[in-house]
Design a protein around this ligand. Structure first.
Ligand code: ZN
Length: 267
């Protein structure tokens, strides 16, 4: 489909779950580290039947603040054109190991607090809302990276077409860019970063199985990867840091794609 070579960039390549926070076994389920002490959520609501049913007024100020932050991030990402239709999803890890994440089918530029739900570390809904199928990938990232506090997933034109142009390759090589310094441990442009690149699939467990060994083999962990023809996953210790990395990665992907086009045009 793409007949030119890139000369300047190195391309090698539901339901509500029963929860009783007083039960230590169940508490442990929500810990990211089995056996670790689990902080009691500040916003648990145990009804007479033992069911957890948070309502808008039950959400703690802290979780509300995080939800509002995701809403604001969604508006900014959408304004940059990286959240078309209902594409993308965003999450933050809560103190108890559960995850606050955007629900399935919500437009990320028009999020409300009702569009944010809680899932367990395993991706099970905790409040009766419907999680996105890609919630599993967020869970995978939090499981392999204890330093991940937020995960942002975007869909951009540049990343989509670039990753498709690299058919058959298992990474996107980015070299010589100043903005590479956004990655941990990099303090110079004179370096090369290879973002893991995997083929797209609608089978999320299979996609997670494909990603797990690729990501865990990294040393140090790279806070981003790409799903071909689909989108970028980036993470950070905070939502703010993750957003900076999204901006940097999408900028770098755009640069790489523009250079690729330039190389093709000058052949
Ligand atoms: Zn997606």
């Amino acid at each position: 489909m793409f007949l030119f070579r890139c000369k300047f960039v190195m391309f090698h390549a539901g339901g509500v779950e029963r929860i009783d926070w007083r039960n230590p076994t169940l508490l442990e389920k929500f810990s990211s580290a089995p056996g670790a002490a689990v902080a009691k959520p500040t916003y648990d609501v145990i009804n007479a039947d033992g069911m957890y049913r948070p309502a808008a007024h039950d959400i703690s100020p802290h979780v509300t603040q995080l939800a509002d932050m995701l809403i604001a991030i969604g508006r900014r990402i959408d304004a940059r054109g990286h959240a078309p239709a209902t594409g993308g999803n965003y999450s933050v890890r809560l103190d108890d190991g559960s995850i606050a994440i955007t629900i399935s089918g919500s437009h990320k530029g028009r999020l409300t607090r009702d569009d944010i739900m809680r899932v367990s570390a395993a991706g099970d809904a905790l409040d009766g809302k419907k999680p996105s199928a890609e919630t599993l990938l967020h869970c995978l990232i939090y499981a392999i990276d204890p330093g991940a506090g937020a995960v942002l997933h975007t869909h951009s034109i540049a990343g989509t077409v670039l990753s498709r142009a690299l058919a058959g390759l298992d990474h996107i090589g980015l070299e010589g860019y100043e903005l590479l310094k956004i990655f941990p441990g990099i303090d110079t442009h004179a370096t090369r970063v290879e973002l893991p690149l995997v083929d797209n699939s609608q089978d999320m467990p299979a996609l997670a199985d494909q990603l797990r060994p690729l990501l865990t083999a990294q040393s140090p962990l790279l806070p981003a990867f790409y799903i071909r023809g689909h989108g970028l996953y980036t993470r950070g210790p905070t939502a703010e840091a993750a957003e900076h990395r999204v901006e940097a990665c999408e900028f770098l992907l755009c640069c790489a794609w523009e250079e690729c086009k330039l190389a093709g045009a000058t052949r």
